[in-house]
Structures are given as C-alpha cells and as structure tokens.
Design a protein around this ligand. Sequence first.
Ligand code: ADP
Ligand code: ZN
Ligand code: ZN
Length: 735
Amino acid sequence: MKKIISVALALKREISKNNIFSYSVPDEIFVDENDVGKLVKVPFTSRILLGVIIKVFDEEQYLQLLKNKNHNLVEIEKLRDILHIFHNLPKLDQHFFDLAKFAADYYHQPFGDALEMSLPPIYRTANFDENKEIKIKIKIKNKYLTKNLAKNLQNQNKPKIILNDEQQIAVDKILASFDINEKAAKNFLLFGITGSGKTEIYLHLIDFVINKLQKQVLLLVPEINLTPQLENQIFQRFFDNENNENNANNKNANENFAVLHSDLTAKQRDFYWRLAASGKAKIILGTRLAIFTPLPNLGCIIVDEEHDLSFRQRDNFRYSARDLAVFRANNLQIPIVLGSASPSLESWYNATISKRYQLLTLSKRANFQAILPKIKIVDFKYQHQHQNQNENSAEIKNFISPQILEKIHQRLANKQQSLIFLNRRGYATSLFCANCGWHSTCNHCDSNTVVHLQQFQLRCHHCGFVQKLPTACPKCGEQNIFNAGLGTQKLEELIKIEFPTANIFRIDTDSVKNRQQWLEVLEKIHNSNADILIGTQMLAKGHDFPNLTLVAVLGADFGLFASDPRAEERIFAQLLQISGRAGRADKSGEVLIQTRFKNHHLFLQLLEHNYVKFADNQLRIRQKTNFPPYCYQALLRADAKNMAVATNFLADATQFLEIKQNAKIYENLLIYDPVPLNMAKLADVNRAQLLIETQNRQLLHKFINNLIPYLEYLASQYKASQKLSWFIEIDPPEL
Ligand code: ADP
Ligand code: ZN
Ligand code: ZN
C-alpha cells in the first residue's frame, strides 16, 4: 500500500515557521512506521532538501485526514515523491524532537532552524552517500598531542587519586540521584574553587555512567581547543591501553569517544555525529553545539565552567547550551552537574534561593600541598599621557608598578614562572596626536583602531578594518603622534627590555591562531621552562602550569564601571579564574592585581577568594533593582544603515504593546525605550535595542509570539536600501 509521510524540513527561516510538508513514497523505497525519525532527501520547489520523517501514514489514513478538512493537507495526486531515505544513518528519537521543539519555542526560532543546526552540514550536500563508509583513522591517543606534551600533562596527574571528603560527598550525592525512585532533584551545582578537583568528580561520574550503567555521558566545555588537557585526561582514564589493560573500552577507543566542536572537518563531524547519535560513543565531549546531538542512551550531562559566555550562541539561533542542557536532563530525568569556581548568578540563585539545584561545595584545593594563592591589590595609576612615540617604549614603569616588577625579578632568580595577564591584544589601544587630540578610529565602527606595530598597521578589532600606520597626524600633520594604552605586544616588548635574559612567551589570538599552534606553544612552554607568560584570557582557561607561582593582573579596571549590570560578575569570574592559575602544584602562589580603585568592593571580596560573599551581595542588589534572576528579560534588537531607522522601528514596535495594553493583557510587562548600543555602529551598521521585562515568564513568551508577526509586517514596510534587520534574544546575557 502506498505510504504518505510528513517531513520536517531542515532549513533556515525561509518559508514559514511551519516547515512540515507531506510527501509520497515511491514504490522502490521502503518506509514503515519504524522509520519515523530517519532522514530523507526531498524535492522542494526546484531544490533538494534534507528532512526528517515525523509521521508515516497509509493512503487510507491520509485520505481520512483529508476528509476532516481541518488539516492543511495536500491531495494525494499533488504530493511529490521523496528521493531517498537514509536507512543507514542513525534516526532521531522523540527525546531529540522534544529538545529541538523546546529550543525552537523558547528562543522563538523556527523548528526547521533547530533541525538544520543539529545535523552535520555534509548531509545536505547533493553527492553525500551515507554508505560510502567514512573511514577516518582518528587516533585518539595523542591525536593532536605530541608524545612529549602528553607526557607532561600526564605527569601532573598522579595515577591513583583518593577522593577527599568533600569530593566523596559530592560524588555520593550525585550517584544517589541516578536511582529512578529518587525523588530529590537531579540538578547539581558543583561549586568548587580553582584546583579543588572538580574534574576528578567528573571522571568518577563518567566511569559510573559508562561502565556501570552502560549509558552515554555528555560533557560540555566552553572551549575544546584551549583545554586539550581534559581530553587527554579522559583518554588516559578510560581508553589508554597501558593504564587500563582490563578496560573493555580500550579496543574501541575510536568508537567510544566522540568529540564535537566547530573546528572539525565535515567528514569528522559526520563520523563523530554518527557515533554519538547511534549510541556507540559513550563519552561525548563537546562545545555548545554538541547540546543538539541526538543521544539515544544519554545517562548524565556535565557542564564544566557553566558560567562561561561561550555556552551562548550570539547569532542566528540565539541559545544557551547550559540552559538547554538543564531542559534536556530534566526531560529525561537524568542527573546534570553544572561545575564552576564562579557560578553564574542565575545558577547561584537556583542553588541557594529557589533550590532548583542542589549545591555541592568543594572549598579546598584537592592537592593538599597546593594552597590558594595570596591575592594582593597594588595601587597604581598608569601614565600614558603625551609622550613621544620613541621615548615611551622604554618606560615600563609607566605601565607596571615597581612592586610587580620586583616580584617578577624574584621569581626569575628562583627559576619559577610568572604570568602577566592583560586582556588587550595588539600593541597600543590607539594612536594619539599630541597637537590636536586626534586619535585613531575605525571608519566603519564606533571604536578605536588598535596599533599593530609589527605589521605597521592600525586594525579594528571589531570589523577587521585595516589601515597603514600613519607617520604623522592625518588631521593636522603633527609628527609627534604616540601610542596610547598598553596592548600585549607592547607589553612583551617592554618586558623583554626589563628582563633581557628571561624566556618569554606571549599568548593571544594574534600569536596563537588555532589548536595546532596552541599545542605547539604549550609544548614549548613545558619543555623550555618558560619564565614569563604574557597573555589574554586564552591563558585564564583551565590550563595547569605547575611551576607558575606569580600572576600579575594589569588592566583589571577595564569595564569596572560599565553600564551593564553583569560587568562586575564577569570581571570577578575572570579575576578568580586567572588567580587560580597560580600555585596549583606544590609551590605556593601569589597574585598581584594592579588597579586605580583599590577600595572597590569587588577587589575586597576577591582578596578573600570570597565568591559566596560577592555573589550573595550581587543577588541582593539584583533583587533591589529587579534584575535577572529576579525577573525575565528579552531583548529586541534592530540594525539598519541609519540609526534613526533602527530606533524608529523599535519605537513602532512598542505601539503593539500600547494597543494591547488597553486590553490589559500585558499590563505586567515593562518595555524600555529604544536606545543605541554602547558601541552603536559596527561594520557600517547602526544598532539599537529595547528591553522587555516581566516577572511572568509565560506572559513574556506569549507577548513575543504575538509580537513577531507584527515585527515581520513592520519590517516589510522598509525599503531594502535601509538594510533593516531585527532579532529577539531571550535571557540576554549582555545589555
Ligand atoms: P578543578 O577542575 O576544580 O580546577 P582539578 O580537577 O584540575 O581541579 O584538580 C586540581 C589538581 O588536583 C589536579 O592536578 C588533580 O589531579 C588533583 N587532585 C584532584 N583530586 C585530588 C585528590 N583527591 N587528591 C589529590 N589530588 C587531587
Ligand atoms: Zn593632529
Ligand atoms: Zn571597525
């Protein structure tokens, strides 16, 4: 009997929010009810698209539905045939559909977009052949790590670790929650100071899930490229032949461990996706996009560094992988562990106030020889005004306090490592004219251009605009133009002059462009006994340098008085993390933070390593000011060629609320005035936003559902030349 199928097309917002279409199945293709969830290729207008089977009907069932007429179904004769069904690719299960549906609804995106984003792009290519078995010989062991580096990383991990009391309690509580009859919440916030052994807890958990339960674990991390250590640890623990001769996972290491992130080739992504989606892979380590992987046998989710903004996708489909992970775990009723040394205030609220999460605390460093570094605040105002370009390069004292320099000298003498943290790459933050006050700005953005001396260029770090470095002021012709503000390149230059015998490494996205280079640099650092590391936040992320005993933080004041209420939370987390790099092994560490505002409460709480005090205090402020997590927000953004167009569009959008408010439905919804973004112009586009706020989450979503068609209508009234575009972001992480 002829079969008719409903297919959800995996395509970006193009036709309509409803992307489900009916197709007929030609005689030569076999399809039955068991094929729901399989991928198909179908014709759509003049294109060929990828889709997923949602339902399978017999001809009679379909005719019956047609008769009912309340469905928008096409008559059988008009249906087009599907072209192919991918019988040999894993099929998507109901749990995956739940997730995609939830994500689409919650973030107000089309369901088709969620599908499109979830599937390996290679499946959409015309000549993709699922049966041409992809043979990727991926050697997991030392896959990217050279022998030497692997050994270095290994040495830092003593083979047999006995959990300390706090770790044991945490593990016990989480393991207890695997019991199906356990009614207690299965959401955990693992709050552990840097070096407290959170990773060890993850490994215990993974062991339990893959070996005892025979289920899959999803481990989400912010950045795989910067943390090869974790990948290596997992490999050693579960798949290394030498260490675990009896481990059944050994033989199939290639198939038991899937790594999913955006840096994979199309073939690798296909390979790992199939391993994960078929249930073969037991451990799935991935960045945010991995949350959308179908995992038929998922037993537990772990989100490391849960506060990290990398879990947010900030374009196209705007979502939070951490929040979706919580949904996913709750939907399956499996445990989820969110780990951090500086949890997001949302998670802290959930753990301490709403009690949606159980709080597990690790308050001590795990390695008993390692104690938390002493943090000191160094009062220093750096002087960058009006010097001659040639003179100022020799003046390290203008930028770094003598106290810090002295400490670095001491470390050098003792053959210990120092790290200087400066979160500004480039040479100088801009070029200034001593005569007329001109400074270098981007032609396309409301931003400075940054001096890159080696290339003799001015560069915009926002849009990529590049100019030749002028030798005189373009405005008045003055030759005395100088570099203002310190970037990592200039810092490196100054440090080399100050410490001529030291072995110095600079690590930022200009010097280390990809994973390969990062691994090479790491190896060099380990092999050559680096003395001084200079770097941006690349250095803050979870890498262990056992010989590192001094961390100096420059530019801690950047953003301290920003208008975004979350700025302090970010700075605190970052400073805590970078401080945590010091003294992780047996040598005690010291952290010096250079600031002009030594009495700022943020620094005072940092001195005590007191995240709890800081977070509780921030939550009180947020309650008073009625800011998330004490309310729900959505952001409406409009971009246009001219600012007036963008703000007018937003102002018009508020009309919708006013009309509705007369009906009192949206009384409890607060809509702010449209405002230009702090950096309004980016790459010749002017940007404005307005904030929508309420105590009632359902009301917010209802409002947005109604607002979207209105915005679509409004936007259609603008000419293409005005380049108007808009989007809505739910739970915006930045304002
Ligand atoms: P975190 O992820 O919390 O920053 P890690 O898990 O990286 O901390 O642990 C820091 C160091 O302490 C690692 O070198 C780890 O091997 C070690 N470690 C963890 N747990 C223990 C333990 N129970 N006993 C001894 N050392 C431990
Ligand atoms: Zn000038
Ligand atoms: Zn620019």
